[in-house]
Design a protein around this ligand. Sequence first.
Ligand code: DC
Length: 227
Amino acid sequence: MKKIIVAIDGHSSCGKSTMAKELAAYAHYTYVDTGAMYRAVSLYGIRQGWITEQHINVEALEAHLSEIHIGFQVSTDGKQYTTLNGENVEQQIRTLEVANGASRVSTLGFVRRALVHQQQQMGIEKGIVMDGRDIGTVVFPNAELKVFVTASAQVRAQRRYNELKAKGDVVNFDEVLANVIERDERDSNRAESPLRMAPDAKLLDNSNLTKVEQFEMLKAWFIEAVK
Ligand code: DC
């Protein structure tokens, strides 16, 4: 069976990473969460004081970008986690503050160019499932299988709210919904690689699908693509 590149793009909190991980496990492929890479840059900037709610010190971020080393490791229980300069930051990058910073740093061309380059290197040998916003349009425009995932903002906010609450975070639904809408706006309207469905991508709207149903669709597309 031939090895391919699977590009999974779509809106935030629509379950992209869950299905991408599931497909990678099924196909014995490498999974790459590119959102985690933008989040790691955001976390680094917040820790350095370069990213606050009001402001980003773009000059400092650009001057020190080469000091930010992002990687992925697998723990003994088989779960993948993100590293920032060798530190496991998987939990720290999942907060709303870091997500907001990530959405803002992802509008910066020099950040995108550096991360896209790293992502392209990861796909050289194929056998990869990568999820993000620009994978099928910019990172791997020749990916053999492209999927664009979406769901209504209400459904996505409810899922995100449930996740944050389950983690013990004190959250307010309206705040989560506003955050989802704000990130959609920024992701879709930025000048640098805005979120777009590639013309040859398959659309997966999972507003009314169970996880099992959506995985069955994805699996069928994958089986067709590797034939
Ligand atoms: O998928 P996520 O929520 O973890 O992504 C975090 C932010 O990074 C989100 O605002 C969009 C941005 N992002 C991007 O611009 N390009 C990607 N390939 C992945 C994420």
